[in-house]
Design a binder for this molecule. Sequence first.
Ligand code: ADE
Length: 235
Amino acid sequence: MRIDVLALFPEVFEPFLASSIVGRAVEGGIVSVGCVNIRDFAHDKHRSVDDRPFGGGPGMVLMCGPVFEALERVEAQREGEPVRILLTPQGERLTQSVVAELAGQPWLVILCGHYEGFDERIRTGINVREISVGDYVLSGGEPAAVVLIDAVVRLLPGALGDEGSAASDSFAEGMLEYPQYTRPRAFRGMKVPDVLLSGDHGKIASWRQEQAVKRTLERRPDLTDEAGSSRQGKT
Ligand code: ADE
């Protein structure tokens, strides 16, 4: 997979792209990521990328010119058409099923905004999928891009050491994950459930399934509603 990120603070991505599972995937050639500074496409000597909103009001708005030109430059470097993503709190919510859909694409171009927002013509003049990572406002799209890239890359074949792990993640089956334990068997009076030490794989699997259902019903009953309605094709 190829991912290109257009941002005003591309340096944010450096440590992230060099660490942990994403770092290993980059190193292993499972994904390649390019970061472009939108400011490099500014038109004046002050390298301005934002301006005051027409009609007045607080804050600054990201201008069309540098964004369109950065995008055109990035897209001219490769064959085909990417899936373009605009990160914004006004977009559709990033869920595990959106993540899985994106993980099946060969090329993503991610646009991170800053300031009060984008000139509306960035939304309307480019064929973009608008995505939000949650109902809160970040100072910029960079942390949202980190979230999206992390969630997508861990689903790419070979990105996780243990191929089973992504399948048992929370949300993978529309449910939260079951509780996990490791050594020691007892810690400060808290014991590992006997069933996990029984060696009976059938019993362990049904205990985990029960726990996942219980936990999901207690904490996120909305997920079971969603899973039920998408199974019936209603989404
Ligand atoms: N930019 C600012 N807030 C955001 C959010 N919640 N999701 C995606 N991009 C954002």
